[in-house]
Design a protein around this ligand. Structure first.
Ligand code: NAP
Length: 328
């Protein structure tokens, strides 16, 4: 890219690592420096006249935004999920869309497993108990939890992160069931997994962990009927997207004692309003959407997003492109 035709790029948040420094050598760069994402009006205004956007899952890239930015040629999302982007609308305007699969797989599975363990063994409750000065003596009945070894884990969506979760579970001596659109016979053979239907997974799993992308088919995948079909006392882990779960039904199932607990890295909306019933339940473990948040992984995601953007601005297919049909 010659210096006199440097494309204009807007990045909706400061990113970790050296990626934006590298990007600034190739483009006219503008970065939103505030902690909170640009409000909708600011995003529309700052996207006007740019050729490239680097976005986060907090930024909605839809038809009105594309109309406000007719010069746009590339949108690079710093996430593997891209439910914040209207990909069909981008494709119709020949705008390439990139994402960051793979690099966050192991880090996200680490956190999903950390949530599972933290929920089962009540780690956050135990920490609060000690800090509050409530610990008076060793007790045989204090903060009893659920065993992880020997329990059954049901994985919903055996993609990259689901498979990484299954590997961890096998290492901990768990039995692992899964549902997925397509069978994964190689993983079944290597990891000793069993593909089952939804009803069996819900009825037999002590823990259910969600790893599907948010799509029209997976919206409220875990609805009222599914929650009622879970094994009594079972626990739910969600590191996928908040809307994969019917959250009102989940709060009721937890409050009614039907479920043993839930660990949620993702919610609907994000952040949760402070009057959410989930915040009042001791058997709910919450995190602010940080499953991929390790120093190394967030740096790699930023770098990959920059690689995707630079390729698309150069007329090449981004290394990780969600609408590759634009590059036959
Ligand atoms: P992936 O490799 O594309 O895996 C997604 C899996 O879901 C695939 O196996 C797919 O099946 C399956 N699937 C899709 N629709 C389904 C349906 N209707 N019913 C059953 N299975 C279905 O994606 P990934 O990298 O594992 O990431 C999964 C999701 O995790 C992302 O989309 C994102 O939303 C979320 N995520 C969250 C965080 C976080 O910070 N909390 C971090 C990373 C990712 P097929 O194999 O048949 O296509």
């Amino acid at each position: 890219m010659a210096p006199h035709v440097r494309p204009r790029v807007f990045v909706t948040r400061q990113l970790p690592g050296e990626a934006l420094g590298r990007l600034s050598k190739h483009v006219e760069l503008r970065v939103w420096e505030e902690e909170l994402p640009p409000p909708r009006e600011a995003l529309l205004e700052l996207a006007r006249g740019v050729e490239g956007l680097i976005t986060l899952l907090t930024d909605r890239v839809d038809a009105p935004l594309l109309e406000a930015s007719p010069s746009l040629r590339a949108v690079s999302n710093v996430a593997v999920g891209y439910d914040n982007i209207d990909v069909a609308a981008c494709t119709a305007r020949r705008i390439a869309v990139g994402n960051t699969p793979g690099v966050l797989t192991e880090t996200t599975a680490d956190f999903a497993f950390a949530l599972l363990m933290g929920l089962a063994r009540r780690v956050a409750e135990a920490d609060g108990y000690v800090r509050a000065g409530q610990w008076r003596t060793w007790s045989p009945t204090l903060l009893l939890g659920a065993d992880i070894h020997g329990a059954t884990l049901g994985i919903v969506g055996l993609g990259a992160i689901g498979a990484a979760m299954a590997r961890r579970a096998r290492g901990f001596g768990m039995r692992v069931l899964y549902v997925n659109r397509h069978p994964k016979p190689e993983l079944e053979a290597v990891l000793g997994l069993r593909r089952v239907d939804k009803a069996t997974l819900l009825a037999e799993s002590d823990f259910v962990s969600l790893h599907v992308p948010l799509t029209p088919e997976t919206r409220h995948w875990m609805g009222r009927a599914e929650l009622a079909a879970m094994k009594p006392g079972a626990m739910l882990v969600n590191t996928a997207r908040g809307t994969v779960v019917d959250q009102a039904a989940l709060a009721e199932a937890l409050a009614g004692g039907r479920l043993g607990g839930a660990a949620l890295d993702v919610t609907e909306p994000e952040p949760l309003p402070m009057d959410s019933p989930l915040l009042k339940l001791p058997n709910v473990l919450l995190a602010p959407h940080i499953a991929s948040a390790s120093h190394a992984t967030r740096g790699r995601m930023a770098s990959m997003a920059v690689d995707n953007l630079l390729a698309a601005l150069d007329g090449r297919r981004p290394p990780h492109c969600v609408n590759p049909e634009l590059f036959p």
